[in-house]
Ligand binder design. Structure first.
Ligand SMILES: [Zn+2]
Length: 434
């Protein structure tokens, strides 16, 4: 057992509900987290009380630093770490010019392992403890990512990308071997260590034949507890192409529905150009949407209709969408989330933004019993945020600010500089160099 001391902030309810708007963010100025030997939070409260209750316990004193739940990144592509910031394309051109040639290299185990290791370091450096990851087409690269996550403590949902058309040969795979590889990865990795999960990962309709989608649908029917992750309605040219490829379907979403791929564990990334009838169908299926604002702005895709999505009672996670996205930091991603909704005439509160990257994301993934805040019984996945490492924040925090004001300053200014330490299941997985 260990007692971690610091200023604790976390969400204890959903601040998008009017009656919880002012009470959802709990801030404990001189707080303490009691972490048990199984890596769970045993108690949370005032430091003075918990020290008194556990006089002989080992104390880890984080001083004035903040203790926040680990961030959850709901959508990113691990092989695309090194194509962040590639110039001048929208979605389809970007895939052809940068993504496919890069992902083709992931048949090389050294490239796959080097990238997986560096990605985990970057995630931790940004306070992210759970990630939902696309791999490349190669089963070996997905296995490498799983192994790296297993070794280094990351909590992850990972899938080998499935695609068999409309891309260079190096990233395509025929249907039979694709399904065989996916099945083997499921057997080997799904459920490992209580924190690794497999996601069936058809890239998107344009690169998946009818036979491939049908096969993945059958695989899903045999393994209904698997996640499914894909892309949907990101870009107008993409949507027009799907209409051409699947003229008999009512729309893009209808293709996934027809193959049994739309369900309560399906994560659809983007969902920008969508009408209310489509959102009704997403809601009826209980599916999850991943909003990726830095990517949507960078690729010129459009503005995510968060209010309409929430009015349909659809769960939302926030993703960095590396490498179409431009930062691995959820702080930076939440800032862009705020700006996208500003452009749509809505001002999200600081608590609502933090919710989207923590408790809201955990709820989105159906993991709210384990993750998302620091209440007793949850996994001790948390980050220590030292705002003094950022000059402007250090100056700002000397003023008499409320937790909400400080939180919004962090959302606007913070990055990997402020991540002092990161813990997953109570184990320290990252310490910033002094
Ligand atoms: Zn993506």
């Amino acid at each position: 057992m260990k007692l971690h001391l610091g200023e604790i902030w976390h969400l204890i309810s959903n601040p998008f509900f009017a009656d919880a708007m002012d009470t959802a963010l709990q801030a404990i100025p001189h707080g303490a987290l009691l972490v048990d030997d199984a890596g769970k939070i045993a108690q949370i409260g005032a430091a003075a009380d918990l020290i008194k209750a556990h006089p002989a316990i080992e104390i880890v004193d984080h001083g004035d630093s903040l203790l926040l739940p680990g961030f959850i990144d709901g959508h990113l592509h691990y092989p695309q770490l090194d194509i962040i910031g590639c110039y001048g394309e929208q979605l389809l051109g970007w895939l052809n010019r940068y993504t496919f040639p890069t992902e083709a290299q992931f048949s090389d185990p050294d490239i796959a392992n080097d990238t997986a290791q560096r990605l985990i370091t970057e995630l931790y450096a940004n306070g992210t403890t759970t990630a939902v990851l696309f791999g490349s087409t190669h089963a070996s690269a997905a296995a490498t990512m799983f192994q790296a996550a297993l070794d280094r403590g990351l909590r992850a949902i990972i899938g080998k990308v499935s695609m068999d058309r409309h891309a260079p040969v190096g990233v395509l795979q025929d249907v039979d071997s694709d399904l065989r590889d996916s099945e083997a990865l499921i057997t080997q990795w799904h459920g490992r260590a209580g924190r690794l999960h497999y996601a069936l990962t058809p890239r998107f309709v344009p690169t998946c034949s009818e036979a491939l989608l049908a096969g993945i649908g059958q695989l899903h029917a045999r393994h209904p507890d698997l996640f499914v992750q894909t892309h949907w309605a990101e870009n107008q040219a993409e949507i027009a192409w799907v209409k051409e490829l699947c003229p008999a379907d009512c729309d893009y979403l209808g293709v996934y529905e027809r193959h049994g791929l739309l369900g309560p564990k399906t994560i659809l990334a983007h969902a920008i150009h969508v009408d209310n009838a489509m959102l009704d169908r997403v809601a009826a299926a209980g599916a999850i949407l991943a909003h990726c604002p830095t990517s949507n702005l960078f690729l010129g895709s459009g503005l995510f209709p968060l209010d309409r999505v929430q009015a349909h009672d659809i769960r939302v996670v926030i993703g960095t969408d590396i490498g179409g996205g431009t930062s691995l930091s959820l702080w930076r991603t939440l800032e862009e989330t705020y700006k996208v909704q500003q452009l749509r005439g809505k001002s999200l509160t600081p608590a609502q933004l933090l919710y989207l990257a923590t408790l809201g994301a955990a709820t989105g993934l159906g993991m709210q019993d384990q993750l998302g805040n620091l209440l007793p019984g949850k996994a001790a996945d948390f980050q220590v945020v030292d705002w003094r490492r950022h000059r402007l924040l250090a100056a700002r925090f000397t003023r008499d600010l409320t937790p909400d004001e400080k939180l919004f300053a962090l959302i606007t200014l913070a990055d990997d500089r402020v991540t002092d330490r990161v813990y997953v299941q109570g184990r320290e997985v990252y310490v910033q160099a002094p």
